[in-house]
Structures are given as structure tokens and as C-alpha cells.
Design a protein around this ligand. Structure first.
Ligand SMILES: *Cc1c(COP(=O)(O)O)cnc(C)c1O
Length: 487
């Protein structure tokens, strides 16, 4: 039986305390002496008064109301919600990293700078690129940095006619947003029937007014573009650059490198691929990596090694400038470093291969029950659709996702990518056991059957969560976090 879950305000009793403090052993002073009149409350704040155990239960209970990867399976496609080893957090908590002041001189920050320098080289090696800046604070921020680098490159060559960026229709929404923010006009390139870039359409769109192409490979359908070499030739032969959105890098670590595919600039999402928990608004990190001819345009500072000493280098006259205050989200870099060092090259490769294997395993198990719009081997994620189910029962993707909550599973990504009607985008990641993958596949199969046997049960789900269906836009825009005493 579940114990009652009263709100902390409701169990408040005057005088109850969750703490005990020692006697004051310094002279007491009146607050009025220390603070200006305008800053002093006239009435007590009306905070709940409870015992320590009630307080602990309150916050522990709250922590369990949300789904998280430490509670259950979280196959949110495109987000790589894998389990992140806690040892990364321990590393980020080391006082030498955690307490370092951003203005500490380079001589006193050699350990932190060494970590950044080595992380730059690891990421360059993994990407097949030459130089890295760790500064951007998220994937979209890294995209913007990359787009500004592309712009600076063309401008430096006095090539002012390149005003467009080509982006496939399967792209993540941040790609066109970043290109537009960088001052470019976005031109959409359609996908072909195999889910890759429509090469003929690309050829037709590519000319001397195009600054570059932004591509995710594998793309948001989880499909590796079979024509990547042709795509590279088409874009480069007309003087454009290739931008690689590395948010899907969890599929390729140690197996293929964007630099070898011909990409000129990319970003990584350290908070997806490299051991930092993702979600809840950050902090993240979106390092940008370039081929050597783009190095002059990187954001400053980067970390350099000279005469055995590490230092921050601002010496880059053609830089696009700073993308962020100070040096980026340093502790996220510490976690990525710990992750890369603890797995090593073979471990990273194995992680990606397992991520791909797990995705293909689930896809094959559920393929008979859902539509598979692009029925190919997938990489780390794949997209299905309940198209036939919807037609015959009225049950939609949203209903299936809500029903999954009753099975204790976080829903996959819904209604993205936009090119698949009623898309369900599933990314199991490498960190799940076969039992968990089977549990999830069984749940999806059970829901597909329920849709025919009892469609109302699916359409009215979830039935076991603390709250049911929310007005999601309203919940985000008109958030009400204030408790008021019921009349
Ligand atoms: C998550 C993601 C991004 C954006 O990354 P953020 O860190 O959320 O800004 C870009 N592209 C793809 C494919 C993604 O999955």
C-alpha cells in the first residue's frame, strides 16, 4: 500500500523544525543594522514548518515523480539518454576542478588546461578533424559557431555571394535555426525514398551562392547516408563547405569519422555522446572541430601547449570571437574526459556498436506490429509509425507514448522527424540489458494489440502516473509553482 503523500505545506505545524543549530556565539546584531529598510520583510515568509524526516520524505518523493534514466528505460530518440557512469560525476567533483576560479592565472591552472588540451586532441582524433574549440555550451551553440566559421571563411576569401545554407528536410530544427541566426537563407533539400539526401535535388540546389550543407550522418531517421561520398563531391566542387551535426555521434565512435567522410566543420554534443547526463536544461557542451584550413576562425580562447606549459591562446586575428564567457562549461569537459579515458578507443567503439545492435534488435522485434517507413538496417536509432494502427483504430503516436508511461518507460521522441507521419523515434542506447530491450519491445507489441482490443484504454492513458494528460504548452508557458491554501 502506498503511504499518504501530503503536501509539505499541509503537514506544517508551528514551531516544528528540520534543523538544530548551536547557540549563537558571536554578538547578535539586529538585521535592521545590516540591511536597508526596503530589504526587510514585514511578515514571515510563511514557509512550511516540518521535522527533518518529513522534509527528507518530501524531497525524496518529489525526486521520484519524474522519470529519469536512473529510474527506468528512456529511449528518447536523438537525445542519447544513456546511463552515464557516476565516476564521471566524481571526477567533476574533485576540488581542484570544481573550485577553480576562472580568473586563476594559467600557471596555477596547469591541470585543468592539460585536461582541456587533451580533450581537444581526443575529440579531434575521434572526429578525424585537426583542431577543436571547447567553448560552445550546447549542440545548437556549436552549430552557430560552425556556421559563423563557414561565414568567416567565405568572407576572408572575399566570396560574398554565398548567402545560402542547404539543409535536408530530415534535419533537427536547430540546424535551420542556427543557419538563419548566422545570417543565411535556408534552402531545404528533400530526402529520397531510402531516407538519405536526394542527390539529384542536392545537385540542382548546389551552386556558387551556397555557403555549405549541414548534415547529420546517420541522420535523424537513424540511417547512414549511402551517398555521402557523392554528396561531398557535389558540395565541394562548387566551393561549399560541409557541416556535420555530431549529435548522432553515438552511432559512429571508432567506426567512421566525419573528417574522413569529407566534412570540414562539426560539433559534438558532450551531453549526449560523452558521458554527461542530458536534459533538464543543461549544462551541456558543444565543442566545435575543424579541418586545419578553418583553424584561423575558431572561437577564442583555445588551449595550446608551448615549451611544456599549457596556456590559453587568444592569438587568432581572424577568429569569429568568443562564443561564451570564459572557457565553456568546464565540468562537462571533465566528465567527457573521464568517460573517454575510462572507455578508451576500444570501449568507445564497443559502445557505438552495442548502441547500433540494440536499435536493430528492437526494430526487428517490433517490425511486424508497426509501420517501418524506411526498412533498412538502422544505426543507433530508428523511426516507426503507427500509421496502419491509426487508420484502423484511431490510436495515435501520442496515445502510444502515454500508454508506455504505464509500463514505466519514458516515451520515444514523438512527431519527429517531420518527414514521417506520426513518427515514433526510438534510441535504446548501448547501456541497456537484453531484458530491458525485450521488456520494451514486449510493451510496444502489447500496446499495438491493445489498440485493437481496447482502443479507449490506450487513448485515455496514462492510468498509473501522478498526473494524467496535461495541457503541455500551458504547463510550460503558464507554469504555476505556488501552493495556495484551499478555500
Ligand atoms: C540534440 C540535437 C541537436 C541540438 O543539441 P542541443 O545540445 O540540444 O542544443 C542538434 N542536432 C541533433 C540531431 C540533435 O539530436
Amino acid at each position: 500500500m502506498r503511504s499518504p503523500e501530503p503536501l509539505i505545506f499541509e503537514i506544517s505545524k508551528p514551531g516544528r523544525r528540520a534543523y538544530s543549530l548551536p547557540e549563537l556565539d558571536v554578538p547578535a546584531r539586529d538585521v535592521a543594522e545590516l540591511l536597508p529598510e526596503s530589504e526587510i520583510r514585514r511578515e514571515p515568509a510563511g514557509l512550511p514548518e516540518v521535522s527533518e524526516i518529513d522534509l527528507v520524505r518530501h524531497f525524496t518523493r518529489l525526486s521520484q515523480l519524474n522519470h529519469g534514466v536512473d529510474i527506468g528505460f528512456y529511449p528518447l530518440g536523438s537525445c542519447t539518454m544513456k546511463y552515464n557512469p557516476k565516476v564521471n560525476e566524481d571526477a567533476a567533483n574533485l576540488p581542484g576542478f570544481n573550485n577553480i576560479h576562472p580568473y586563476v592565472p594559467d600557471e596555477l591552472a596547469q591541470g585543468a588546461l592539460q585536461l582541456m588540451y587533451e580533450l581537444q586532441s581526443y575529440l579531434a582524433e575521434i572526429a578525424g578533424m585537426d583542431y577543436v574549440s571547447l567553448q560552445p555550451a550546447a549542440g545548437a551553440h556549436g552549430e552557430l559557431a560552425g556556421i559563423l566559421i563557414i561565414r568567416a571563411y567565405h568572407r576572408a576569401r572575399n566570396d560574398m555571394k554565398r548567402t545560402k545554407i542547404l539543409i535536408p528536410d530530415s534535419a533537427h530544427g536547430t540546424n535551420p535555426a542556427s543557419a538563419a541566426l548566422g545570417g543565411f537563407t535556408v534552402v531545404e533539400v528533400p530526402s529520397d525514398e531510402r531516407g538519405g539526401v536526394d542527390v539529384e535535388a542536392l545537385e540542382a540546389a548546389m551552386d556558387e551562392t551556397v555557403a555549405g550543407l549541414m548534415l547529420t550522418n546517420p541522420n535523424t531517421l537513424g540511417l547512414f547516408d549511402e551517398n555521402i561520398q557523392r554528396i561531398e563531391k557535389i558540395v565541394h566542387s562548387k566551393g561549399g563547405l560541409l557541416y556535420y551535426d555530431g549529435a548522432n555521434a553515438n552511432a559512429i565512435l571508432g567506426t567512421s569519422r566525419p573528417g574522413d567522410m569529407g566534412f570540414d566543420v562539426l560539433h559534438f554534443n558532450l551531453h549526449k555522446t560523452f558521458g554527461t547526463p542530458h536534459g533538464g536544461g543543461g549544462p551541456g557542451s558543444g565543442p566545435v572541430a575543424v579541418k586545419s584550413f578553418l583553424e584561423p576562425f575558431l572561437p577564442v580562447p583555445t588551449v595550446v601547449l608551448e615549451d611544456g606549459k599549457y596556456r590559453l591562446s587568444y592569438d587568432r586575428p581572424q577568429t569569429i570571437g568568443r562564443m561564451k564567457s570564459f572557457y565553456g562549461n568546464f565540468l562537462v569537459m571533465v566528465k567527457a574526459y573521464a568517460y573517454i579515458r575510462s572507455l578508451g578507443p576500444d570501449g568507445l567503439r564497443e559502445a557505438s556498436r552495442d548502441a547500433v545492435l540494440n536499435a536493430n534488435y528492437i526494430l526487428r522485434r517490433i517490425a511486424g506490429y508497426y509501420d517501418v517507413p524506411y526498412d533498412r538496417h538502422c544505426k543507433h536509432e530508428f523511426v516507426i509509425s503507427p500509421g496502419k494502427i491509426k487508420k484502423e483504430t484511431g490510436v495515435r503516436t501520442l496515445d502510444i507514448s502515454k500508454r508506455l508511461l504505464d509500463y514505466g518507460v519514458h516515451p520515444p521522441t514523438n512527431y519527429f522527424p517531420l518527414i514521417v507521419d506520426e513518427a515514433l523515434m526510438i534510441e535504446p542506447t548501448e547501456t541497456e540489458s537484453k531484458e530491458t530491450l525485450d521488456y520494451f519491445a514486449d510493451a510496444l507489441i502489447a500496446i499495438a494489440k491493445e489498440a485493437y482490443e481496447d482502443p479507449e484504454a490506450v487513448k485515455s492513458a496514462p492510468h498509473t502516473t501522478v498526473v494524467g494528460r496535461l495541457d503541455e504548452a500551458g504547463a510550460a508557458r503558464n507554469l504555476n509553482i505556488r501552493w495556495e491554501k484551499p478555500e
